[in-house]
Design a protein around this ligand. Structure first.
Ligand code: ZN
Length: 261
């Protein structure tokens, strides 16, 4: 098995903010890719906002089994056309992993259909992630809970649809809790939202976070062939009905006409 992962990084704060540049001198996407490379079954490439098509050309998307997405400052700069292409690839079967502030990315909101809002506080407080689903493949090899000494707080209510599974719940030093590891399925695509990863803290150097991301890539991978056109909506001719039927009643559409969209 070889899983082709693409790590998409906005790569804005790393170049504009001295604190972030010190923690992630080669960009967050590069460090996330390094974590994935610890699994020999995952081959990883990176893509960034400033590249043509944000590095997500048709060829790259077709060649990606699982896409990881980190964005924060420039959600609005992501072209809608690319967002639609990514959504289509998810419906076809590509896995998608949304990291931290990607809760407000266009692609997550597009696929969730809800505001995806939350409360937050930047105070470097301790985050304790509790594994709520210990036999879930994304939690494999993890202790019952693990801590990140400095993280941004995200608090409930998190306005996302009810997930298929909740793999982690976070507790923060200030008292809030948050559903920090959620799974979804959209079309044939597996989706995982993972909360930690604020850019001023070394979260993507953490051993347990690395385990979660590698597990998540393996979990999100769908080995089935892609659904060629997930938005296809064919008009089925009367004469091909499985049981013979006679056309009757008033009609809106002409014979063989395409449906309205
Ligand atoms: Zn943050």
């Amino acid at each position: 098995m070889n899983i082709r992962a693409t790590v998409w990084g906005e790569n804005v704060h790393e170049r504009k903010n001295a604190v972030v540049a010190e923690v992630y001198p080669d960009g967050m996407h590069t460090q996330i890719a390094k974590l994935l490379a610890e699994d020999a079954q995952i081959t990883t490439r990176t893509a960034t906002l400033d590249q043509p098509d944000h590095g997500l050309t048709d060829d790259v998307l077709a060649d990606t089994d699982v896409l990881l997405w980190w964005g924060h400052a420039a959600h609005g700069d992501v072209q809608d056309e690319i967002v639609e292409k990514v959504a289509n690839r998810v419906w076809q079967g590509m896995g998608l992993i949304l990291l931290h502030s990607a809760h407000f990315s266009k692609i997550f909101k597009r696929l969730m259909g809800t505001p995806c809002a939350l409360s937050w506080r930047e105070a470097g407080e301790r985050e304790r992630l509790w594994v709520t689903n210990p036999r879930h493949p994304i939690a494999a090899g993890l202790p019952p809970h693990f801590e990140l000494e400095n993280e941004e707080m995200y608090g409930e209510p998190f306005s996302v649809p009810e997930p298929l599974e909740t793999v982690f719940i976070s507790w923060f030093q200030g008292g809030e809790v948050f559903r920090s590891g959620l799974t979804y399925r959209r079309g044939a695509g597996n989706i995982f939202y993972f909360r930690p990863g604020h850019e001023t803290y070394p979260t993507y150097y953490d051993k347990n976070v690395g385990t979660v991301l590698r597990n998540a890539v393996t979990w999100a991978y769908n080995p089935q062939p892609a659904i060629e056109d997930p938005t296809k909506a064919p008009n089925v001719p009367v004469e091909t009905a499985l049981e013979p039927i006679t056309e009757r009643g008033p009609k809106l559409h002409a014979k063989g006409e395409e449906g309205l969209r």
